[in-house]
Design a protein around this ligand. Structure first.
Ligand SMILES: CC(C)(COP(=O)(O)OP(=O)(O)OC[C@H]1O[C@@H](n2cnc3c(N)ncnc32)[C@H](O)[C@@H]1OP(=O)(O)O)[C@@H](O)C(=O)NCCC(=O)NCCS
Length: 156
């Protein structure tokens, strides 16, 4: 069931607690340096409850060459709203903004259970499975934001 949501600009202080709880089982998230251009997005329900977060920052892609690559990190939604469109709303907003600033690649280390979610968002798997100390098995995934409106996504 879709719910009424707004997606707004946010910051690390606001978004890290949900990141910590969902992605680190409550363990603190080391504060990342935010390179120029980094933005944090927050999804809220109509009563103002924070139910989803994500961070986008300029970062070289480990697997593909690009002029203006960006990394998606800290993608988390509150378990009580999963399947309601919060994750989609956050990624769609981020990709739209990145298309507007000329990003030619967006990449992420996708947890294996979330790969299907990213595929729904237009990302494609480009690596074998690899392990990370936090979060276990991952696959590398990429998308090209300006091409998302097309019927197919070209992966460079
Ligand atoms: C992955 C996650 C962010 C998805 O958020 P969500 O709020 O449930 O996503 P949405 O409701 O917007 O789902 C969008 C679409 O993806 C699908 N989807 C969601 N999670 C999925 C999954 N794990 N596998 C396959 N499809 C998934 C939904 O069914 C929906 O499909 P639709 O296009 O038919 O509507 C959320 O489950 C989460 O926070 N998981 C734990 C943390 C995590 O793994 N984060 C990613 C780390 S890389």
């Amino acid at each position: 069931m879709q719910i009424e949501l707004t997606v707004e600009d946010s910051d690390a202080d606001t978004t890290y607690p949900l990141w910590r709880d969902v992605l680190r089982e409550g363990r603190p998230v080391p504060r990342l340096a935010d390179p120029a251009g980094t933005f944090h997005l927050a999804a809220r329900t109509s009563d103002g409850r924070l139910v989803g977060v994500v961070r986008f920052s300029p970062a070289r892609c480990p697997w593909r060459t690009a002029e203006n690559p960006w990394q998606l990190r800290g993608m988390a939604t509150d378990p009580t709203v999963r399947g309601s469109g919060a994750g989609r709303a956050l990624v769609a907003e981020g990709l739209a903004r990145l298309a507007a600033v000329g990003a030619d690649l967006v990449w992420c280390d996708a947890r294996v259970p979330a790969v299907g979610f990213y595929e729904r968002m237009g990302f494609a798997v480009v690596t074998e499975q690899f392990d990370k100390p936090e979060g276990g098995a991952h696959r590398g995934m990429v998308t090209v934001p300006e091409r998302r409106a097309a019927s197919s996504v070209r992966v460079p």
